[in-house]
Write a protein that binds this ligand. Structure first.
Ligand SMILES: [Zn+2]
Ligand SMILES: [Zn+2]
Length: 189
């Protein structure tokens, strides 16, 4: 692989980001990878394929959780690696369904616990994201605390203690990261 033409940097007061370390041509592709995690948002659930996100009138349902839907057997097969652990959680919390950010964070945790790191982590990792906890209002913090409780309840089949989480992973802080960046993950149809 060619050396990256961007590097990470941090600032004391303006967050962190990526900057060019070489001359770039307009429109030059700098990095490509699948996202660390993504999920179909509430409004598109049952309308688009959980794997390729393409809309289709007739989708096939996961026979286990009956929540995830796919456009084809091929997509269902490809999705299984990412879906199998959340599948148990989706099944156990029925008839309720978790908020989008809870399902998304579940997928993030599952990916971070995998032995082979996701391609996307090589450039900018989940760890690198700013949570901006200090800048949150009390109301916002309370909302995130509630999400953290919902998350623990939703994931109880898969996460019973800290050993099932990435090292020094803080659920509250992770929600601050996910909710701040949530627009990046939202899916449009
Ligand atoms: Zn599909
Ligand atoms: Zn399922």
């Amino acid at each position: 692989m060619e050396p990256l033409k961007v590097e990470k940097f941090t600032t004391a007061d303006r967050g962190n980001g990526l900057r060019a370390v070489a001359q770039l041509r307009p429109g030059e592709l700098l990095f490509r990878s699948d996202p660390l995690a993504y999920t179909v948002c509430k409004g598109s659930r049952g309308v688009v394929c959980d794997h390729c996100l393409i809309g289709k009138e007739k989708l096939m349902r996961c026979s286990q959780c009956r929540v995830a839907k796919y456009c084809s057997a091929k997509c269902q097969k490809k999705a299984w690696q990412d879906h199998k652990r959340e599948c148990k959680c989706l099944k156990s919390c029925k008839p309720r369904y978790p908020p989008d950010s809870v399902r998304l964070l579940g997928r993030v945790v599952i990916r971070l616990m995998e032995e082979t790191p996701s391609e996307s982590e090589k450039l900018y990792s989940f760890n690198d994201l700013e949570s901006n906890i200090n800048k949150l209002t009390e109301d916002k913090k309370e909302g995130l605390r509630q999400l953290a409780v919902t998350f623990q309840h939703f994931m109880k089949e898969e996460i019973q203690d800290a050993s099932h989480l990435p090292p020094s992973f803080d659920i509250f802080e992770a929600f601050a990261k996910v909710s701040v960046k949530f627009h990046l993950f939202a899916v449009r149809v």
